[in-house]
Design a protein around this ligand. Structure first.
Ligand SMILES: *Cc1c(COP(=O)(O)O)cnc(C)c1O
Length: 387
């Protein structure tokens, strides 16, 4: 028997740092696209813990990999070899930039590693990001996240960071020989699914080449098949020097990674960087299974197909002004209150989604979602919008 929601809320009030605003729902079980609360109500999950459970909840192959590893060896640390970390690193590098991988525990940490690598390659160098970016909550990642509400309470931030409008000219003008790195999300996720233009990405690539700066793509949210290719950069015609991944990488468990192009694989040397838990056998086994399942042409084709259907269905609904995104990373701009809609969807329609702003609804269903579930979600959103 689970504790009741009211009991959990009493514990939270007394004992939990209130850094999260939670909905009044307790989940106790998940399978595929479905979640269940402690009263047995069934929900459709079109958020995936923010693009983490992209293979659906408790994918049997991920569960089997974790079960096998967790009963064999959980942790020894990076003073020794373990097979899952080596195999995962090889697979990550071979599936993307062809260099080497550095494993860590989260998206923010993957970006920290990228920033440290770039600074070591160009000591004292600056880091440029664009307005509307989100790169994480640790100090380096936060310093590249130009949002007043997230940065201001924690000043002073790391020196040498600068943010410019997401505009090719402004970005090119901000990059010079003192720039160590430019960090971009090919599609900005947390601030509302804004696709950065190919012109902007090419301008960043050109300016980085000209001034010897590293181009970093933060694919923490866009990667692992979310946009209909394994990595979002594959659809842009621009190849970065460094790529970061996390969120869906672990199939539901916490892991992050930095992947380098061949030229930058040896910049970080023994003693330069590290983390106790990084690349542990259990999370690396989960990630290897998740990566093998996701790097699959048929699955990725379905992501593009069902993403197109979901986007088209959304654009026909009342109060939807525009639909943005690629693959199964979608947002709608509404002429009604998005947080209120999300609450109604969750509590009345039992559809899990989220609002990234006052008028923006974001949908991140599992890549394994069925066509029937897509239609069902559209029907529930239509109902909540009063259609
Ligand atoms: C979620 C996210 C991060 C931060 O990842 P954490 O695992 O929460 O540290 C960084 N960049 C992008 C693009 C993200 O979506």
């Amino acid at each position: 028997m689970s504790m009741s929601l009211a009991e959990l809320q009493r514990i939270e009030q007394r004992s939990v740092v209130p850094s999260y605003a939670r909905f009044p729902v307790q989940f106790v079980r998940g399978e595929g696209t479905k979640l269940w609360d402690e009263q047995g109500h069934e929900y459709l999950d079109f958020l995936c813990g923010i693009s983490v459970t992209s293979l659906g909840h408790c994918h049997p192959r991920v569960v089997a990999a974790v079960r096998e590893q967790v009963g064999t060896l959980m942790h020894v640390g990076n003073l020794f070899y373990t097979e899952p970390a080596m195999r995962l690193s090889r697979r990550l590098a071979e599936s993307s930039l062809g260099g080497k991988a550095y494993l860590c525990n989260s998206g923010a940490e993957a970006n920290e590693a990228a920033i440290k690598l770039a600074r070591k390659a160009k000591p004292q160098g600056g880091v440029v990001s664009v307005l509307g970016a989100f790169h994480g909550r640790t100090y380096g990642a936060l310093s590249a996240t130009p949002q007043e509400s997230k940065q201001a309470p924690f000043a002073p931030l790391v020196p040498g960071f600068r943010a410019v409008p997401a505009d090719p000219e402004a970005l090119s003008a901000a990059i010079d020989e003192r720039t160590a790195a430019v960090i971009l999300e090919p599609i900005q996720g947390e601030t509302g699914v804004h696709v950065l233009s190919d012109e902007l990405l090419s301008a960043a690539r050109r300016a980085c080449d000209e001034h010897g700066a590293l181009l970093v793509f933060d694919e923490v949210q866009t990667g692992m098949g979310r946009t209909g290719t394994l990595w979002a950069y594959e659809q842009t015609g621009v190849v970065p020097d460094l790529l970061t991944s996390a969120k869906a990488l672990g199939g539901g468990l916490p892991i992050g990674a930095l992947v380098t192009a061949a030229a930058f694989g040896d910049i970080l040397q023994p003693g330069d960087h590290g983390s106790t838990f990084a690349g542990g056998p259990v999370v690396a086994s989960a990630a290897l299974a998740a990566l093998e399942l996701t790097d699959d042409a048929e699955l990725l084709g379905r992501v593009r197909e069902l993403g197109a259907r979901l986007g088209a269905g959304l654009s026909e609904l009342p109060h939807v002004l525009a639909v943005r995104g690629r693959g199964l990373m979608l947002a709608c701009e509404l002429d009604v209150d998005a947080p209120a809609l999300v609450r109604g969807l969750l509590l009345e329609q039992r559809l899990v989604a989220n609002a990234t702003g006052p008028t923006t609804l974001r949908l991140l269903p599992p890549l394994t979602v069925s066509a029937v579930e897509v239609e069902e979600a559209l029907a529930r959103i239509a109902h909540a919008l009063g259609a």
